[in-house]
Design a protein around this ligand. Structure first.
Ligand SMILES: [Zn+2]
Length: 209
């Protein structure tokens, strides 16, 4: 089954894609991971991408599409795939339908308020990588890691202004995909303000996995 997961930042797409992989063996393709790996391994593509990102620009659509196209040729995609983080614009979505039409697009529905709590409440330990949340998963002592006593930090991406910006881009660029996939009769909407297990249950029910 060929799937697209899309929704606001912090909606839990990556987490659920990992669960679907563990239980249903449909591989997750995250463009973020593909870029990071290419950069780490210093491939031709990685060099191109890192130059673009260093300038502070977005990776152009054609390059992103090219990368995903290469990735789905690999053997582990024989049962299909979950695209996570792509397509994130109408141009990407329309191009992909011509390349390899998907079966279903799962829209992770969540309000901006919940996103702000989820991401804005996140505190990370720079030493061991543990993740806390000041609303839902508080450390025993405020601002201190339970594991090693290190002071917790807020990632750059999770600062209030960065979240506002990510949400703005999402509303502008990605939200139009809802009506696009609806028209194609491929849209599945799940409520992703709930915990990961409940979201997963909604997905298997809707997709009959
Ligand atoms: Zn720690």
């Amino acid at each position: 089954m060929k799937l697209v997961f899309f929704g606001a930042p912090g909606a839990g797409k990556g987490t659920i894609a990992k669960i679907v992989y563990d239980k249903n063996k449909i591989v997750q393709i995250s463009t973020g991971d593909l870029f990071r790996n290419a950069i780490k391994n210093q491939t031709e593509l990685g060099k191109k991408v890192s130059a673009i990102l260093e300038r502070g620009d977005l990776v152009p659509d054609e390059l992103t599409i090219e990368i995903v196209k290469e990735r789905i040729k690999e053997k582990d995609c024989n049962k299909g795939y979950i695209l996570d983080g792509f397509p994130r614009t109408m141009i990407q979505a329309e191009s992909w339908e011509k390349i390899d039409p998907i079966d279903r697009a799962v829209y992770f529905d969540i309000s901006d308020e919940v996103v702000k709590r989820r991401l804005g409440g996140r505190r990370i330990c720079p030493k061991c990588g543990a993740i806390f949340n000041i609303y839902t998963n508080k450390p025993k002592n405020e601002g201190i890691c339970d594991n090693d006593g290190e002071s917790l930090i807020i990632r750059k991406d999770d600062q209030e202004e960065a979240i506002e910006n990510r949400l703005f881009i999402y509303h502008e660029q990605t939200k139009p995909l809802i009506s696009y996939y609806k028209k194609l009769d491929k849209l599945v909407t799940i409520d992703s303000s709930v915990d990961a297990d409940t979201s997963y249950q909604q997905i298997i029910k809707a997709l009959k996995l």
